[in-house]
Design a protein around this ligand. Structure first.
Ligand code: FAD
Length: 461
């Protein structure tokens, strides 16, 4: 096969190169795929050249940013990987509170550059995740109730389209494309540059708690009450993880491995003292078996679980939203919590609301604005012999939780084997995504993602 890419300035890695295996590896070790070539792009022009070449040669295109796609969309057999890792620049304009980020940058690179100026972009919680995939799916994280989803901070994108042209998308230019890029995944083109608005923040107050399983109902009910309070501050975020106690620094050795609920209650408000008092009240009421209450610099918090989530593990995920955490939903959560197998697997109960809910459901391609909680079931394991059991456990957990969910799911927490519809009851969002897809990628060139097939006839789908 011809692997000379005209007008391409970067390196092309093939099976003949000694670093081929390292270059094709992605975070989720479940996916061992062998692309024909990996095009290591250095610029938007390189991305355009790679896209044109793949189309001319009839090669499938996998777009790779941080490589954290859980269904493994960023690597493919026989096709071309458009590798964006070389596009990792981050430039902060502190005065304008804006940052321009390369399409292949990692969250850690974004956080380090913005924190140097006391600024943040609300994004995910593990620093080796890619800005690209995370942003295009929506972007949930510890600052989402205070500052919104990652897409809510997005101001503009530079995008290489399926025909190799390079355009800008924003509220002023290609508005329909800009709408789709804010929650529709990697369907519409390759984003070579993101521009975000930043917010000021340096430190968080963090309450960590562990309770054994027989106290989990009480903990979930307290989280529900805190977050359902109409006066709940945006700065307060409740997350509970139904899992075996992990070896975090504040967990006594004898508790590690005990099934229960670990909760992180985070305060991102301006007044640390106010937050600490509020978190101390929660702790004192709930008498955790193990606990910690600390002020933690934002940058330190953003890397605290990097090792727990190190690359090379296997993962399978299912998720959905609830508008209310009903007693019946809590019953289902607790029933499954008792069956967690791997010490890395967990059921996550993530509070939403706050700033997320103040954006109109039609304003971006992330329509689940009325969700109160995101219920996420990521199984994680290291021994391939456990794959069948862990996948089955995730599916069973989801089957039990699904009746309580609103329908649809979070694009970035899709397994890849569900019906390709994250929008659920939001039919308007679905129809508009199909229209944008038809306008910008009618031949479905960008189909290795949470795919939306073009609505019109003539689509390659
Ligand atoms: P990649 O595998 O490189 O890309 C995934 C897909 O995104 C690609 O197939 C492509 O379709 C698209 N894509 C990536 N970059 C571009 C680009 N520049 N232009 C066009 N398309 C692109 N999600 C959250 O919301 N919050 C979290 O806190 C969070 N934490 C996570 C922690 C871990 C350890 C993992 C594994 C995942 C986490 N996720 C989180 C999910 C994550 O958002 C998705 O897996 C996301 O797709 C990862 O983006 P990436 O660039 O690293 O992945």
């Amino acid at each position: 096969m011809n692997l000379y890419i005209p007008d391409f300035a970067g390196r092309v890695i093939t099976g003949a190169d000694s670093d081929y295996d390292a270059a094709r590896a992605i975070w989720n070790a479940m996916h061992d795929r062998r692309p024909a070539a990996i095009a290591c792009c250095e610029s938007a022009a390189d991305v355009a050249a790679a896209v044109r070449f793949a189309r001319a040669e009839g090669l499938a295109i996998a777009v790779r940013g941080g490589g954290h796609s859980m269904p493994g969309h960023s690597v493919c057999d026989d096709g071309l990987v458009v590798d964006l890792r070389g596009l990792s620049g981050v430039e902060v304009d502190a005065r304008a509170r804006r940052v321009v980020v390369g399409g292949g940058a990692l969250l850690g690179e974004l956080d380090a550059a913005t924190q140097a100026h006391g600024l943040v972009v609300p994004a995910g919680v593990v620093s080796h995740t890619g800005v690209g995939g995370l942003t295009l799916g929506g972007g949930v994280g510890r600052l989402m109730r205070r500052f919104g989803l990652t897409v809510d901070a997005l101001l503009a994108c530079e995008v290489v389209l399926a025909d190799g042209s390079i355009v800008r998308a924003s509220e002023q230019e290609h508005q329909d494309l800009f709408w789709g890029l804010r929650g529709g995944g990697g369907n519409f083109g390759v984003v070579t540059e993101f521009t975000f608005a930043c917010h000021a923040l340096a430190e968080l107050q963090i309450l960590g708690m562990f309770h054994p399983l027989d106290r989990a109902r009480e903990v979930l009910e307290r989280g529900r009450a805190e977050m359902a309070d109409p006066d709940a501050p945006d700065a307060l975020l409740w997350t509970s993880f139904l899992r075996k106690a992990p070896p975090v620094p504040w967990m006594p050795d004898e508790l590690v491995g005990v099934p229960g609920v670990m909760s992180l209650v985070e305060w991102s408000g301006v007044s640390g003292a106010e937050g600490r008092a509020r978190l101390a009240d929660i702790r004192d009421d709930l008498h955790p078996t193990a606990t910690s209450l600390e002020a933690i610099p934002f940058l330190a918090m953003q890397t605290i679980t990097d090792e727990i989530f190190a690359a090379g593990q296997m993962t399978y995920i299912k998720a959905g939203f609830v508008t209310e955490l009903t007693d019946a939903a809590i019953d289902a959560l607790l029933a499954q919590a008792a069956t967690v197998g791997s010490p890395l697997s967990q059921i996550e109960v993530l509070a939403m609301g706050g700033a997320i809910a103040r954006v109109d459901a039609d304003a971006t391609a992330f329509p689940h604005r009325d969700a109160a909680w995101l219920l996420n079931v990521p199984a994680m394991w290291t021994d391939p012999a456990d794959t069948e059991a862990e996948v089955a456990w995730t599916r069973e957990s989801y089957r039990l939780l699904e009746p309580h969910m609103t329908g649809g799911t979070y694009v970035n927490f899709m397994a890849g084997d569900e019906a390709a519809d994250s929008t659920g009851a939001h039919a308007r969002t679905r129809a508009r995504l199909e229209e944008v897809k038809a306008a910008y990628d009618p031949d479905n060139v960008f189909r290795l993602n949470q795919n939306i097939t073009p609505a019109r006839a003539g689509a390659a789908g």
